[in-house]
Design a binder for this molecule. Sequence first.
Ligand code: NAD
Ligand code: TDX
Length: 332
Amino acid sequence: MSTLLVTGGAGFIGSNFVHYVVEHTNHRVAVLDKMTYASSRSSLEGLPSERLELVVGDIADVDLVGELVASSDAVVHYAAETHNDNSLLDPSPFVQTNLLGTYTLLEAARSHGTRFHHISTDEVYGDLPLDDPSKFTADTPYNPSSPYSSTKAGSDLLVRAWVRSFGLEATISNCSNNYGPRQHVEKFIPRQITNVIDGVRPRLYGKGENVRDWIHADDHSSAVLSILERGRTGETYLIGADGEKNNKEVIRAILTEMGQDSDAYDHVADRPGHDLRYAIDASKLRDELGWTPEFTDFEAGLRDTIRWYRENEAWWREQKALAEAKYATTGH
Ligand code: NAD
Ligand code: TDX
């Protein structure tokens, strides 16, 4: 049994990974999380205390990070500021956490010789044209659009340099858009589900033609575990499940699943710099590590996610008011 230090383990995908690891392996998990607005203690409820420890702190805290990395066998680094719209309002926490926080973790992993896996996003590659068969691969040049994606791109480049210059035993994964339970209500799918629950019409940025490549968070977790166990040092693996849909299609699917007229949504102002299309070619991960996604039926995954938000209003109600107050200031 080994101890994994999971940063950002009280957020959406990090908490999903913690649940996944506890269920599918014997590893012990130490979560390091600053408990920002995006986190939730209840996302880690019900897990056995002998397998999980939650440490509240900042990934940019050199002393704390040094202590935790020293007592871990591997670091799985999820912690980040993650919302594009927030990064347009105030980029500073994105630079601080995504760049300086990652740097702090890398230095600790270097000094202790600790295995490191860095979680990143397909947004580092910029966007692809609409109605085009091309997809991102690990060879696609970096071309990020937003303060969020540029700080994630910078953090990826730090990891690559620590591998090449210092021999750090690290891997990187760049995943497409995740959906599933426990995602913050500022994000597209949970925002629209909770709007419909509240009797508010869903809001589509611009024309709604932008395409995202949706993957269930459980499939992201199984892919990360495969890379951690069998990935080659220094390699980048793209994670995706061939789930391309435009935003209009997703909103219509949510409305239909929730028993509403599929046209009952509004168009609002577009996001500045809005990426057109993301699409992942995950063949390297599939061919080299034998990974396959389990949740290939988007409508079924969406139905489960809608049920989760209906049954767990206490989890999101407070965050909803804060998120919508922020959106009201931008007309979104
Ligand atoms: P999230 O916003 O739901 O959670 C982020 C977590 O990190 C929160 O618990 C927060 O408290 C914690 N955190 C933030 N700053 C911290 C700091 N300075 N120190 C310690 N903890 C801190 O994010 P998410 O959607 O779960 O994304 C997790 C990771 O996955 C990120 O690295 C993100 O870039 C990446 N990713 C996300 C998606 C997606 O669709 N959401 C897709 C690909 C990659
Ligand atoms: O109310 C909305 N209406 C709308 O049309 C919101 C919140 C979003 N959108 C659009 C913008 C995007 O085209 O929906 C799409 C998805 O938006 P987000 O949920 O904000 O995700 P995105 O910007 O694509 O980034 C997400 O995927 C990659 C995560 O937030 C990132 O952390 C991850 O790296």
